[in-house]
Design a protein around this ligand. Sequence first.
Ligand code: LMR
Length: 330
Amino acid sequence: MRNFITGVAMLGAALAFATTASAEPIKIKFSHVVADATPKGQGALKFKELVEKRLPGKVVVEVYPNSQLYGDSKEMEALLLGDVQIIAPSLSKFSKFTKKLQVFDLPFLFDDIQAVDRFQKSKVGQSLLKSIESKGYTGLAYWHNGMKQLSANKPLRVPADAKGLKFRIQSSDVLEAQFKALGANPQKMAFAEVYQALQTGTVDGQENTWSNIYSQKFHEAQKYITESNHGVIDYMVVTNTKFWNGLPADIRTALEQCMDEATLYANKLADDINQGDKKKIMDSGKTEIITLTKQQQQQWRKAMAPVYKQFEPAVGKDLIDAALASNKAS
Ligand code: LMR
């Protein structure tokens, strides 16, 4: 009898413990490499706000901006290990996992961010969110940043001006080929290291969006920015598939809704942030913004064009054609 009572008491204690333990909120660490005041930074904060309002006491979201927790080289691994639960790398940083996403890096593929948006929303675009599933990752959404501009310490007006210069690039073979096509020397480097590399002259230039240039103060270390709009920096918000599928179904559904709303919010804001930051850069007087003539723009397009043939076998002609077709609003 005494054994029975002890057994019941232990079971009770275990149940009580289990109840307390399951009452602990689920923690989602959302790590990224840019500043809060950027499209991605704002999207992450909106997601946190929505989740904590909808799922109070059930889920908390901790946002770690500016490579505070993990930088470019470690975040995919940290996600797989369960050290973070959501990240949003630029689409240029997935080539280790799939060649398909390289399509986004092809120079002058998209006329503007609206074309990028149409492609991402298309059936083909949506299917690419699944392109890294076999590696343990689930793509939750695309987030916009914007079109890339070229910066350097010398004016870049025609492709020949870039010859021999060292450019920092994201870890992308397409971007490497793009700069090689110009006769320049590309150098893959983590985002967190770029400002210093520009300041010390380790590299002469880089390519990025207005919001990244402004928030990282790249314009203070570069005398010229050419408004080239030659490519795009956008993101895939990714989670760990095991983590995501292991969530209670009602929580996962609520999180998906919050992600959809945060996506709408961030994507609506992205262009405004970039245009606002362009103006702040102009007003700072620290750098000169070079506007290209139609003819000069054509020269850059032509100089970078060989990259298409080089990557067509890996990316697929169908995919490139589908992306090109998104330039026409239907
Ligand atoms: C870069 O490395 O330049 C960008 O991908 C950073 C970012 O996340 O926007």
